[in-house]
Ligand binder design. Structure first.
Ligand code: FAD
Length: 471
């Protein structure tokens, strides 16, 4: 395992502190190790020396896809990261070739698009990142400690460190640092702490979606020979509000996440959970779950709202502080953007530090404000399509939705459109690529062939020999 990072080093300062040791915090600490003599990562939970769920990351038992752009950042910070992940048991899959993907009313063509997706449990992903971080000689991990507030300069214009203690303990310690990164997730207390210090309360935008996710681990049933690594059945708003994803992960297990919007809720009992999948637009996931053996409880996560904190709009904000990841902005998870956006914020912070420590908070907040525009509008515009979801619709919303539906349909049979959509989804291209003259023409004039309309995955239980003959 390599211990280096590929980011060019600068010497911005002596000591940086990151609190929150989930994906954003781990990546941010890796980035900062290139810019500071020492970095301390503070995490409230105790870390186990193996991939384990943790109390502080309750979403950990649900399917977590890392977009290609996020993986690119990880590989920049920790060269060779992909190989480490693969060695730990991750399945590498082509985003369209190994993904049975029902969206836009059709099963998408199984073409190789060259975008690699990584199928593993979230604890495994986090554990591999943590291993890379703790191998860095100038990084110290302080787990089992929670940050309880900021230490400030006398004029309260600069954060100079944090106060911490063991959770539930009384003994407070102070840790001094020239830069403090808040990666403590969507429940971050930075808004309250700043207000108590005399700063204005940060503006927040909430888009309520009321989505419930229910996930469970299964052993693959006897005779399971699926030729896909992941199968997903996307909802068709506003008519259909159920989502289902099944993914082959490490140890030969299948991880299933079911979701429902606005009162459509996956049941939490054994029979009801499987029965919910019978109501999906396509039967395949139900066929697998009828035969698969559950390996643990059903984990439920209620996601009430998308949440964006407008730190970029604050006229007064202390130097030396950088909120990152879900602490800055947290999206409906169906769009799979959270970890990647956190990684991009960590990368942005590193870029801002190239100009030195002076004014870094200001530069960083502005750039993150811009960075969030696309993922935020992708997530919230999707949710705002449901008439029940309250929130201001952007101009020409109806027309954009009409085009978006037609594009999804096109991407279900046109390979170029599918490749383009996949690159936009993985944040490698701007959504403007969906509106190129060539794509607009195709959207307006193309029609699926009879074969496109009939395409569907093979049964995951067909004998392997018969599949080989058919191919
Ligand atoms: C059901 C579900 C499915 C998801 N699926 C995907 C997906 O497919 N793809 C994707 O990219 N994203 C997904 N996400 C989002 C993703 O989980 C987050 O965006 C990601 O975890 C990054 O968050 P974070 O590191 O900023 O914060 P979190 O993951 O929330 O971590 C915060 C950390 O801070 C610690 N902490 C909190 N307070 C303190 C304190 N005071 N002091 C010290 N430590 C503290 C916590 O213990 C925790 O470790 C999903 C989310 C949910 C809910």
């Amino acid at each position: 395992m390599s211990t280096s990072t590929s980011l060019p080093a600068t010497s911005a300062g002596k000591h940086a502190i990151v609190y929150g040791g989930s994906t954003t915090g781990l990546i941010a600490a890796g980035v900062l190790s290139r810019h500071f003599e020492r970095v301390t990562l503070v995490e409230r939970d105790r870390f186990e020396d193996s991939p384990q769920p943790r109390k502080g990351v309750p979403q950990t038992s649900h399917v977590h896809g890392l977009l290609t752009r996020g993986m690119n950042v990880l590989c920049d910070v920790f060269p060779g990261f992909q190989e480490d992940l693969k060695a730990a048991g991750s399945h590498f899959m082509d985003m369209t070739g190994d993904h049975a993907w029902f969206m836009g009313g059709l099963w998408r063509p199984r073409i190789k698009c060259g975008l690699i997706f990584y199928a593993q449990s979230r604890p495994l992903l986090e554990w591999v990142i943590r291993q890379r971080l703790q191998a860095l000689p100038n990084v110290r991990i302080l787990d089992g400690r929670e940050v309880t507030g900021f230490q400030m300069s006398a004029d309260k214009a600069r954060v100079t460190g944090v106060q911490l203690r063991a959770p539930g303990g009384e003994q407070e310690e102070t840790l001094e640092g020239e830069l403090v990164v808040d990666a403590s997730g969507r429940g971050s207390r930075t808004p309250q702490w700043l207000e108590a210090l005399g700063y204005p309360r940060v503006e927040e935008t909430h888009i309520h979606v009321d989505v419930v996710y229910a996930s469970r681990l299964f052993r693959a049933p006897p005779g399971f020979t699926a030729d896909w690594t992941m199968m997903s059945i996307a909802p068709e708003f506003p008519r259909e509000k159920r989502l289902a994803v099944i993914e082959r992960i490490e140890n030969g297990h299948l991880l299933v996440s079911l979701g429902g919007w606005l009162g459509t809720q996956p049941p939490m009992d054994d029979a009801g959970y499987v029965e919910f999948t019978r109501g999906l637009i396509q039967p395949h996931i139900h066929e697998v779950l009828e035969k698969a053996e559950p390996l643990g409880p059903i984990h439920v996560f209620r996601f009430s709202h998308n949440q964006r904190r407008h730190y970029d709009r604050m006229a007064r904000f202390p130097e030396g502080l950088a909120p990152a990841g879900d602490a800055f902005c947290s999206f409906n998870p169906i769009y799979g953007q959270g970890m990647t956006t956190g990684a991009l914020q960590a990368h942005t912070l590193g870029e801002c530090l190239r100009q030195g420590l002076g004014g870094v908070s200001q530069r960083y907040r502005q750039q993150v404000g811009q960075l969030l525009t696309v993922p935020w509008s992708m997530a919230t515009n999707g949710d705002l399509r449901l008439p029940e979801v309250e929130g201001k619709r952007p101009p020409a919303f109806g027309l954009t939705n009409w085009y978006g539906d037609r594009f999804q349909h096109l991407a279900s049979y046109d390979e170029e459109a599918l490749r383009t959509f996949s690159r936009v989804m993985h944040m490698l291209e701007s959504p403007a690529a969906l509106f190129s003259p060539r794509m607009i023409l195709k959207v307006l004039t193309s029609r699926p062939s009879a074969a496109d309309l009939k395409r569907k995955p093979e049964s995951p239980f067909a004998p392997a020999a018969a599949k080989g003959q058919a191919a």
